[in-house]
Design a protein around this ligand. Structure first.
Ligand code: ZN
Length: 477
């Protein structure tokens, strides 16, 4: 009897191990379909699930159940891809354990959530994240460091930050059943204090993010220049600049006389060269390279990317990237197909818990003239004037897509774009959590995305509530 009992325990254990192993192996990844051998190689078929910004401070995985089918289906899409990507635009730490503090400089807010955010993102199928953005050092270098540590703990690959410029520039590498994927991440929008510095033989580097600096030269036409000069007789803040067309220094800016009134934006050559070097290197070290930047330019309200950005995304593809993903503007922009590779000019917000960050630093309360007795609900009521201004006042900040490009090797074969609804009309406690969109919201997202992509030369078709791109639908260049 005892012998029989131990045999049955062994059998049960074997059964459970086999069941567990097979359920892990078939977990949405078609690499492991029974009887079909798939090994990495230049012609392997693979897919990526890509989302935009995550600002997350509440749990999401409780929604993954049969009573919330639009959340559950969305998670299935992410887990069904070979890699899941998003931009993590916040710090992760437990307030009671944190050894740092909120900095004076911040990305417009102090974005933070508990370490459980990393667990939920991993459980949803996100396996690689960008870390370079305007919120990287809201909580200083310590906030950067512990956030990266939590990602390492749960096994989410990250790129775009490091203890010096060399480390921040390095790709993150994700090994999948279909091949090795490199992620090169950087930001064009960031606070000055976030920029990583290079190490030297005689000086350690500075922790921070991988920057792509955008130089801005302010020019005004001759008439405006003359008017400004007349309005500011002591214009030159440094001695010796008295030539007729010497630039004016006013309001902290240097203003040049030019052919028209404009801001001329150019990319920092050193940053550009370093990033392109890393992409070329990554293309030798991995099977596929994904490039991503956090770029609010020219501003959140614009649905059109600046000319310099289009030029740079093309250079990155030419250097070996299979896809370029932009995030930052908090709303959608179109997709371009360049040499058979996708460029998403903004994937919008994916998780936008922007009104439940709690607690917040004293400076933030002071900015809204709130007393020491004010609490978090007061600060968000003051910031958004009870939902009548800023993000909560318009639907498009809460509407996005989950993009799933599929590839054969490095060549794009298809893109599926699933409209996602972040529940604009929900109460503060629920607003900003994503689910597959339905009804009118789904239609609005499809219509807007189709138009913006068409402006970039890309033809999309709507099929059963999903936006599709396939080769031959005109756009390939
Ligand atoms: Zn941002």
């Amino acid at each position: 009897m005892k012998r029989l009992h131990s045999w049955s325990v062994l059998l049960l254990a074997t059964f459970l191990v086999v069941r567990f192993a097979s359920s892990v192996a078939t977990q949405g990844k078609d690499a492991a379909k029974k009887g079909v051998e798939v090994i990495p190689g230049p012609d392997v078929s693979w897919s990526l699930a890509a989302a935009g910004d995550a600002i997350m401070n509440r749990r999401l995985m409780p929604f993954d159940n049969d009573t919330d089918p639009r959340f559950r289906e969305m998670v299935k899409v992410i887990k069904g891809a070979d890699a899941g990507f998003l931009n993590l635009e916040q710090s992760l730490f437990r307030q009671s354990e944190f050894k740092g503090w909120a900095e004076v400089e911040n990305g417009g807010n102090y974005e933070v959530g508990p370490p459980e955010v990393a667990l939920d993102l991993k459980a949803m199928g996100f396996t690689m994240v960008n870390r370079a953005n305007n919120h990287t050092t809201d909580y200083g270098v310590e906030g950067l460091r512990v956030t990266d540590k939590w990602l390492d703990e749960v096994g989410i690959v990250h790129a775009g930050t490091g203890m010096n410029l060399g480390q921040a520039s390095r790709p993150g590498y994700l090994d999948t059943a279909k091949g090795r994927i490199a992620l090169v991440g950087f930001a064009t929008t960031f606070t000055n204090m976030s920029r990583a510095g290079a190490a030297r033989n005689d000086m350690p580097g500075r922790p921070g993010l991988n920057p792509l600096r955008v130089n801005r030269r302010y020019e005004v036409d001759a008439a405006t220049f003359a008017a400004l000069k007349a309005a500011a007789p002591n214009r030159s803040e440094s001695s010796g600049e008295r030539a007729e067309n010497a630039p004016l220094r006013m309001f902290g800016a240097t203003i040049h006389e030019g052919p028209e009134t404009r801001v001329v934006e150019t990319l920092n050559k050193e940053d550009e060269d370093r990033i392109l070097r890393e992409i070329k290197n990554a293309a030798q070290m991995a099977d596929f390279v994904i490039v991503t930047s956090h770029s609010h330019e020219p501003g959140n309200d614009s649905r059109v990317p600046p000319a310099w950005m289009k030029e740079f995304t093309h250079k990155c593809i030419d250097a070996g990237a299979v896809a370029y993903i932009i995030h930052g503007p908090h709303q959608l922009r179109g997709v371009e197909i360049y040499k058979g590779r996708p460029i998403f000019y903004s994937l919008g917000n994916f998780v936008f818990h922007n009104e439940t960050i709690d607690p917040m630093p004293a400076d933030y309360y002071e900015g809204f003239n709130l007393s020491d007795n004010a609490l978090s609900a007061d600060v968000y009521d003051a910031r958004f004037k009870n939902g009548t201004t800023g993000f909560p006042s318009a639907p498009w900040w809460y509407q996005t897509i989950l993009a799933v490009p599929s590839f054969r090797g490095t060549q794009l074969t298809e893109i599926k774009m699933y409209p996602v609804d972040l529940q604009w009309k929900a109460p503060r406690s629920q607003r900003g959590s994503p689910r597959l969109a339905a009804g009118q919201t789904q239609k609005d997202i499809i219509e807007r995305m189709t138009k913006m992509s068409s402006d970039l030369g890309t033809t999309l078709a709507s099929e059963n509530g999903v936006l599709m791109w396939r080769p031959g639908s005109r756009a390939s260049q």
